[in-house]
Design a protein around this ligand. Structure first.
Ligand code: R5P
Length: 226
């Protein structure tokens, strides 16, 4: 099975976690896109009454187009379950997210969710985090100074730009610095440093956040539980 087929498979599989009357956090990315499609189908076929909270404007647009009811996080009491993708997951079920620049809203939704499930193909499972550049969302004001600080720390920051070389702006109008770390030996220490750096809005280290990971393998699906 190719990667796209595996993404589709886990996206569809994840709909089994969604029950009537739930409020569901809906993540972002190319894997979640398949979950949203399958969820819309399930909601329609079973006449489910659910509420969705989207982690990005892109997901919100897709969900609305497919007639899923999208609510603002401010207008709901509690999120029962969030289904999201990930860029890397280590053996402690810690992850890197933000490859699609949605990390800030994703972390807000995840930390307001009773349960978090990630859906990935097997290529996302790693021994140590860090081969995937760590996305850090920063305030545009004075971001060059932050880049200098990160360079001095050996983090090798790269300002994220798009195909036309324009600076990528997040849904909150911030910039993304991708840190090329190679291997993150101590994710907790790194998260603490980034959390206390002025100008950093949020980073893509999601530590102790996920409850279950649905993995698409060439011979089928496996589920990792914390
Ligand atoms: O900002 C984007 C999110 O963190 C995505 O969930 C993550 O990048 C995984 O995306 P994909 O399923 O496209 O690999």
């Amino acid at each position: 099975m190719n990667q796209e087929t595996l993404k589709k498979l886990v996206g569809k599989y994840a709909t089994r976690y969604v029950e009537d009357d739930m409020t569901v956090g809906v993540g972002s990315g190319t894997t979640v896109k398949y979950f949203v499609e399958a969820l819309a189908e399930k909601v329609k076929n079973n006449n489910l009454k659910i509420k969705c909270v989207a982690t990005s404007s892109q997901t919100a647009r897709q969900a609305k187009r497919l007639k899923l009811p999208v609510y603002s996080l401010c207008d709901i009491n509690q999120i029962d379950l969030t289904i999201d993708g990930a860029d890397e997951i280590d053996s402690n079920m810690n992850g890197i997210k933000g490859g699609g620049a949605a990390l800030l809203r994703e972390k807000i939704v995840a930390t307001n969710s009773q349960k978090n499930i990630w859906i990935v193909d097997h290529s996302k499972l790693v021994k140590n985090l860090g081969r995937f550049p760590l996305p850090v969302e920063v305030i545009p004001f004075g971001y060059e100074q932050l880049m200098k600080k990160f360079e001095a720390l050996g983090y090798q920051p790269v300002l994220r730009t798009n195909e036309t070389s324009a600076i990528v702006k997040t849904d909150s109008n911030n910039y993304i610095l991708d840190l090329h770390l190679g291997k993150i030996n101590d994710p907790i220490k790194l998260a603490t440093i980034l959390d206390s750096t002025v100008g950093v809005v949020e980073h893509g280290l999601f530590l102790n956040v996920v409850d279950e990971v649905v993995v698409g393998n060439s011979d089928g699906i496996s589920v990792l539980k914390r």
